[in-house]
Design a protein around this ligand. Structure first.
Ligand code: 5GP
Length: 184
């Protein structure tokens, strides 16, 4: 535990499987805490307030930006997303390793503010597989899917700006690789 890193950024395109890999990681290491973001997007079926996200309207989100209550924030596919500052500070102070699951612009902001943070970019096996995963998830309308696919091309082009880029071929293996990076 002594050498475990404190702030971990997991980024990569929508549909790459960040959420699934994170579930696996959290199940294996109870000292890792996943930050819950705020967003202005509508909840998907089954998503719960305060569990998946804090769902806010734009007015409230912009107020929080003005009050400097976010560690980072960014716009993604027409919505705002941000990491609330207070809970991250509290968890780090209490000895947890904090994991941020965020898109690339926010990831870059964090890396600039905290150069010691470990940043990991998850890549899909190929772009066709990514599109299949986004479509099979069935949570977005066609217009949102198109926005996410367009954005994915840009995000993948930035993958070399992060500390590590891993291809997410197999969830279990990816989770193990990430845990190893966190602990060494
Ligand atoms: P989704 O709408 O699929 O839940 O998330 C869309 C994208 O926003 C994903 O790439 C996700 O990682 C990212 N995201 C989630 N929370 C945050 C956040 O707090 N900040 C930033 N910058 N991106 C986030």
């Amino acid at each position: 535990m002594k050498n475990q890193k404190k702030l971990i950024i997991l980024t990569g395109p929508s549909g790459v499987g960040k959420g699934t890999v994170i579930k696996e990681i959290l199940g294996k290491d109870k000292n890792i805490w996943l930050s819950i973001s705020a967003t202005t997007r509508e909840p998907r079926e089954g998503e719960k307030e305060g569990e998946n996200y804090y769902f806010l309207n734009q007015k409230k989100f912009k107020e929080m930006i003005k009050q400097n209550l976010f560690l980072e924030w960014a716009q993604f596919a027409g919505n705002y997303y941000g990491t609330p500052l207070s809970s991250v500070n509290e968890k780090i102070n209490n000895g947890f390793t904090v994991l941020l699951e965020i898109e690339v612009e926010g990831a870059k902001q964090i890396k600039e503010k905290f150069p010691n943070a470990l940043s990991i970019f998850l890549l899909p096996p190929d772009k066709e597989e990514l599109e299949r995963r986004i479509r099979n998830r069935g949570t977005e309308k066609e217009e949102a899917i198109k926005k996410r696919l367009l954005r994915a091309n840009y995000e993948i082009s930035t993958s070399n700006q992060f500390d590590f880029a891993l291809i997410n071929q197999n969830v279990d293996e990816t989770a193990k690789k990430i845990l190893k990076l966190i602990k060494t």
